[in-house]
Design a protein around this ligand. Sequence first.
Ligand code: CUA
Length: 322
Amino acid sequence: MTFDPIELGSFWMPRQSSTIASEIDFAWYVAYYFDVIMFFGLMIPLAYFLHRFRRQGIADKVSAITHNTKWEIIWTVIPSILVIGLFFIGLRGYLMASVAPANAMEIRTTAEMYMWSFTYPDGKTTINELVVPKDKPVKLIMSSKDVLHSFFVPEFRVKQDVIPGAYTTIWFEGNAKRETILFCTEYCGTGHSDMMAKVHVLEKADYDKWAETGIIPTGGQAQQELSPVDYGKTLFTKLSCNACHSLDGTRIQGPSLQGVFGKTENFADGTSQAVDENYIRDSPLEPNKKVVTGYQGIMPTYKGQLQDKQIDALIAYIKSVK
Ligand code: CUA
C-alpha cells in the first residue's frame, strides 16, 4: 500500500493526532531528559575522578575508605524520589490510555493475514480503511482470525496486540482532521509489512456524510473519475490483494496474477477452468471454492464487502496485467 509521506511532527515524534498523544509524549520527554542529565551527571565526574585519583606509582598509597554513610544516603534517596516521580507520570498516561470513556463509539476490528476490517455501529464494513469522527472517543473491539497481529497508529500513540480467540480493546480520540496510517506491528507472515490501513479523521458533518454515502468528502472521491483499470489498480493495493498475489510472476502466498486471464488453472479438487470474468468475480467472494493446485486455501473472503463496481474494476485491472 502506498501513502503520501507522513508529515513530520517534532524532532523525535510523529505528529500528535489524538487527545492522548501529548500525555504520552510528555512522559517520554521527561524520561528522556532525565536520562540525558543522569548520563552526563555521572559520566563527567566519573572521567574526572578516574584521572584525578588514579594511582600514580608503586609508592602511591591505596585508599582505606570503606564507606560514607552520608553520601550513600544522599545517592540512594534522591534517585528514589526521582524514579517514583517518573512512575506516577507514566501511570497517569497509562490509566488514561487503558480506560475508554463511557460514551465511546464502538467499532469491531478484525485482523487477518494481511488486512484490517472494521464494522461500524450501523453495520457498514470497510477494509483497510478506518473512518472516525473528530473529537469523539472511539473504542475498538479487536480480534484476529488467524495469528497474532498488533494495532499501531503512531500519530495516535496507541498500540495493542490483536489475538485469535479473544477480544482486546483500545481507544483513542482523534483531535485533528487528517489522514494517518495504521500499521500491523507484530510480525505475522510474509505480508506483514503490507498490512496497513488508512485512518481518516473527519469533521462530524463529513463523517455523517461518509456514513450515509460511503464517500469520504475530502480526497477520496477521485476514484469515481478513474478508468476501471486505474480504479482496479488502486483497489488491488487498498484491499491488500498485493500482499498475497504478485503481478510479475513471483510466487508469494497465492498464485501470481500476471497474465492470468485466459489461462487454464488446475484446482486442488482435480477440476480445471480457464480464467474468465466469472472466475475472477467468484474468487474474492468464495476464495476456497477453487483453490489453485499447490496453494493453500488461506484467502479471506470479501463477501458483502465489495460493490459490483469494485469487482468490475478489479476484473478490468487483472485482465490488463500481462
Ligand atoms: Cu499482521 Cu503483522
